[in-house]
Design a protein around this ligand. Structure first.
Ligand code: UD1
Ligand code: CA
Length: 452
């Protein structure tokens, strides 16, 4: 039996934030969600989350995780005090307790599985993750005997200068035989610089306690301040990009690209520099995105190109080209083999296949058929100051340059609109519409009016 306790009650003073530390965002998910994520595939029977500072907010953030048991730590008197709060919940429990720090978000599930396995196969009273850091500042130092048995853990601030030289640090990730921990937990004393009850002090009273080094020290980096948060984001990005490249995606200048871990890419996608992929975005094979593009919560089909453009909450189908400098938003849906070009904005609009909107247009709340050509500078006037109205455009219709379609308005199929028209009434199929003042010519006008 394995129960888990996640320490998430602290405020995180060093973040200098009104937000609880464990709710700070790391690449699209909060720290504590990532810690929970590191348990995926690990067989556990119960999962406690110890909450305190802004506990309502933490509970709310974790709503979507089933079967969490929240335990309040009203005052944050230290990590040992936090674990003491679950004593009443685990009376008579005879399994192991895996303790995770809510601010250690880069752990891999594999590492936790190995820790549990080592703990159980050696029948330890406690087993903890350690790493050797070249810059161990801020971490508890782990002191072992010559058999690798842990004798004590001393916090950085409580170390003597020679003790501080020890580079073996405590990751804040432990596995305890609960019956043993239950016995020693109530005896903790706050005899330290912070006058807190340290969970790490229990190792003095337990035996045997074993330290297990992680292979990749980056996994155990804790987040205490904004600088560490940004370092973790970078590590996460590197991991993610390495995985995508291994899966057949080309990243040109990966350092300049950011990708949320909620994004899905197919093999043979090419991502160019300064491109950012966010949220629930998928990009199909053969597409080339960037340079200089932002795609968020959007589905991009095969062989699409996107150049210096922003696409949010939208769908673009196969073979379409977008940009340079286009903006698709508010559920734009662009069909296959379309061209959405320079300085074009599409909002809540659907374009049929092989439709072009190539230059300087705004289409809002518009639906077009197939093979439509929207002339340069065509604008849908979809807002009357109070409400938004719809424009419909039939198959093969062509709008002239600089025409304004005043919604609500419907244009049939095979319609041609003369340049500069302001169309306010519906147009049936197969018509030419000229809705502008006729040109007036006044020969000799300049001579009469500019005598001097
Ligand atoms: C802790 C360890 C240290 C280790 C480091 C690894 C102790 C005493 N020290 O130090 O040995 O190297 O983690 O990252 O455990 N929390 C509560 N309630 C409290 C206090 C803290 O829930 O009363 C939570 C915090 O929200 C946080 C976690 O426990 O998620 C760790 O607390 P933090 O204050 O960051 O501990 P460190 O000083 O980093
Ligand atoms: Ca910490």
């Amino acid at each position: 039996m394995v129960a888990v306790a996640i320490l998430a009650a602290g405020r995180g003073t060093r973040m200098k934030s009104s937000l609880p530390k464990v709710l700070h965002d790391l690449g699209g998910r909060s720290l504590v969600e990532r810690v929970l994520g590191s348990l995926s595939g690990v067989a556990i029977d119960r999962c406690f989350v110890i909450v305190g500072y802004q506990s309502e907010f933490v509970r709310e953030t974790l709503q979507s995780f089933p079967d969490l048991e929240f335990v309040e730590q009203a005052q944050q008197l230290g990590t040992g005090h936090a674990i003491q709060q679950i004593l009443p919940h685990l009376q008579g429990y005879s399994g192991d307790l895996l303790v995770l720090n809510g601010d250690v978000p880069l752990l891999r599930a594999e590492t936790l599985k190995n820790l549990l396995q080592t703990h159980q196969s050696h029948q330890n009273a406690a087993t903890l993750l350690t790493a050797h850091l070249s810059q161990p500042k801020g971490y508890g130092r782990v002191f072992c005997d010559d058999q690798n048995r842990v004798e004590e853990i001393i916090e950085d601030r409580d170390c003597t200068p020679p003790q501080r030289q020890n580079q073996r640090v405590n990751a804040g990730i432990y596995c305890f035989r609960w019956a043993d921990l239950e016995r020693v937990l109530p005896q903790l004393q706050p005899n330290n610089d912070q006058q807190e009850y340290y969970l790490t002090d229990v190792v003095r009273d337990l035996s045997p306690v074993m330290a297990v080094d992680v292979e990749d020290f980056q996994e155990i980096l804790g987040i205490n301040d904004r600088k560490q948060l940004s370092a973790a984001a970078k590590i996460l990005q590197t991991r993610l990009k390495d995985d995508w490249m291994a899966a057949g995606v080309t990243l040109i200048d990966p350092e300049s690209i950011t990708i949320d871990d909620t994004v899905t890419l197919e093999p043979d996608v090419v991502i160019e520099p300064q491109t950012h992929l966010r949220g629930n975005t998928t990009i199909a094979g053969g597409s080339r995105i960037g340079p200089g593009s932002l795609i968020e919560n959007s589905q991009i089909g095969e062989r699409v190109t996107v150049l210096y453009s922003v696409i949010t909450d939208s769908v673009v189908q196969a073979g379409t080209s977008v940009g340079p400098y286009a903006h698709l938003r508010g559920h734009a849906q662009v069909g296959a083999e379309c061209r959405v070009g320079n300085f074009v904005e599409l909002k809540n609009s659907t374009l049929g296949d092989r439709t072009n909107v190539a230059h300087l247009s705004y289409l809002g709340d518009t639906t077009t058929g197939e093979r439509v050509n929207i002339g340069a500078g065509t604008i849908t006037a979809n807002y009357d100051g109070v409400r938004k109205h719809k424009t419909k455009i039939g198959d093969r219709t062509k709008t002239g340059s600089n025409s304004v379609l005043v919604a609500p308005v419907t244009l049939g199929a095979d319609v041609n609109i003369a340049a500069g028209s302001v169309v306010t009434e519906n147009v049936p199929d197969d018509c030419l519409v000229i809705a502008r003042a006729r040109q007036v010519l006044k020969p000799g006008w300049r001579l009469k009016h500019s005598a001097d």
